[in-house]
Design a protein around this ligand. Structure first.
Ligand SMILES: [Zn+2]
Ligand SMILES: [Zn+2]
Length: 336
C-alpha cells in the first residue's frame, strides 16, 4: 500500500509507492562514461584556458601564470551568468504593482579537475578535498560582501540534472535575495526550535544514528543517510554532527573528513545505480543569519532517476518508488 511521509525539517510530504519500482542498476547508466582524458573542444580541459573568461581563483603549481596550464582546481565566471556582479540593489515597483530588481550577483563555475573523464566518485581523495576547500574559500570571501543574502553551491551531473557539459564541474550562485524555497526551510527550522528548544536537524541526525536503518555512512564528525521522507529514490543527505549553521564554519580538517564521506557516498551511488544523473546542493543559512541555533547546513544529493511531472509540479509532492530503508541497506552493502 502506498504511504505518505513527511520530512520534519522541511514539512514536505512525499508518497512512497513501490509498485512501479525498477531495479537500482536500471536507474542510471543512460549515457556512456567518458573515456578521453582531454577533449579538444571542451572549454574546461587543460590547455583550453583561453576558451573561458579569466579565472577568479585557481589552485595551481607555484609560479605558473593565471589562465595557463598548471592548475588542479580552477574557478571562473559562468560564461552565461544568471546574475552579474554589476548593478544596483534597489527594489523597485513596476506599474505600481510588480516588484523588480537588477540581476546583481555572482555566478561562478568550479572546474573540479583538469581531467575530462573523472567524476567525484572516481577521483582520488586529495582532489575531492581540494574541491570542498575551494567551495569554502569562495563561500568565506563572498559572504563578507554585504550585497549577498544567499550563497548556493550546487552540482549538476548529467543531462537529466541540467547539464550537457561532461567535464566535472560545480557552480556557485551568490544572490541579493533569499528565495522563498530557502526562507521556507529557515522558517520551519525556526518554528521547530521555538516549540522544542532544539535544532530539528540535530534531532533528526540523532534519531537516524539511533535507528541505524537509514544510515549510509558515518565518520567521527559527519553522517550520510537517506531521509525518512526521501523525495526521490536514493536521495541522500550529509550533515556535520556538530551543530553548524553555514558551510563557511567548516574547518580545513573538517573539509578533509567531508571529502572522505562525500566521495564514498557518491561512489556508492555511482556504482550501485550505474552512474545516474544527479544534483547536489549545499544548503547554508542566509548570509545575514550566521551562528543561529535553529538552522544546520547540509548537503542534499538527489539522483535524477524519476521524471518530475504534472503532479509534482502541481502539488510539490514527490513520488518515490524506493523505500528509503531499502535504499540505505543497498548502498551500505556497496564497497568503495
Ligand atoms: Zn573537458
Ligand atoms: Zn543542528
Amino acid at each position: 500500500m502506498p504511504e505518505l511521509r513527511q520530512n520534519p525539517a522541511t514539512k514536505e510530504w512525499v508518497i512512497i509507492a513501490t509498485e512501479r519500482a525498477k531495479r537500482p542498476e536500471e536507474l542510471g547508466g543512460k549515457e556512456e562514461a567518458e573515456i578521453e582524458e582531454k577533449v579538444k573542444t571542451c572549454p574546461f580541459c587543460l590547455g583550453n584556458e583561453h576558451m573561458t573568461p579569466g579565472e577568479i581563483l585557481a589552485y595551481r603549481t607555484y609560479g605558473t601564470k593565471s589562465d595557463s596550464k598548471g592548475w588542479w582546481i580552477r574557478i571562473i565566471p559562468n560564461k552565461y551568468p544568471a546574475l552579474i556582479p554589476k548593478g544596483e540593489l534597489r527594489r523597485m515597483k513596476i506599474d505600481g504593482f510588480y516588484r523588480h530588481m537588477q540581476g546583481v550577483g555572482e555566478h561562478e563555475v568550479i572546474i573540479e579537475s583538469p581531467k575530462h573523464n573523472l567524476t567525484i566518485a572516481t577521483m582520488d581523495d586529495k582532489q575531492v578535498e581540494e574541491i570542498f576547500l575551494a567551495y569554502r574559500e569562495r563561500y568565506i570571501t563572498l559572504s563578507k560582501d554585504p550585497k549577498f543574502e544567499m550563497i548556493l553551491i550546487f552540482k549538476n551531473h548529467g543531462k537529466g540534472a541540467g547539464t550537457s557539459l561532461k567535464h566535472p564541474h560545480s557552480q556557485l550562485i551568490a544572490s541579493p535575495i533569499t528565495p522563498m524555497h530557502i526562507r521556507h526551510r529557515i522558517q520551519e527550522a525556526m518554528r521547530y526550535f521555538d516549540d522544542n528548544g532544539e535544532c530539528v536537524y540535530c534531532v533528526m541526525m540523532k534519531k537516524e544514528k539511533e535507528l541505524e536503518e537509514r544510515v549510509v555512512l558515518e565518520t567521527d564528525n559527519f553522517i550520510s543517510f537517506e531521509p525518512y521522507a526521501s523525495r526521490s529514490p536514493f536521495e541522500t543527505w550529509i550533515l556535520p554532527k556538530k551543530h553548524q549553521t553555514s558551510y563557511e564554519e567548516i574547518t580545513p580538517e573538517g573539509v578533509k573528513e567531508l571529502a572522505y564521506i562525500a566521495k564514498r557516498t557518491l561512489k556508492k551511488i555511482y556504482k550501485g545505480l550505474n552512474n545516474p544523473d544527479f544534483n547536489y546542493v549545499i544548503y547554508s543559512s542566509p548570509c545575514h543569519e550566521k551562528d543561529v541555533e535553529y538552522y544546520h547546513w547540509h548537503i542534499q544529493i538527489l539522483p535524477r532517476v524519476a521524471a518530475v511531472a504534472g503532479f509534482e509540479l502541481g502539488s510539490g509532492i514527490y513520488i518515490n518508488t524506493v523505500i528509503p530503508e531499502n535504499a540505505a541497506k543497498y548502498l551500505r552493502e556497496i564497497e568503495t
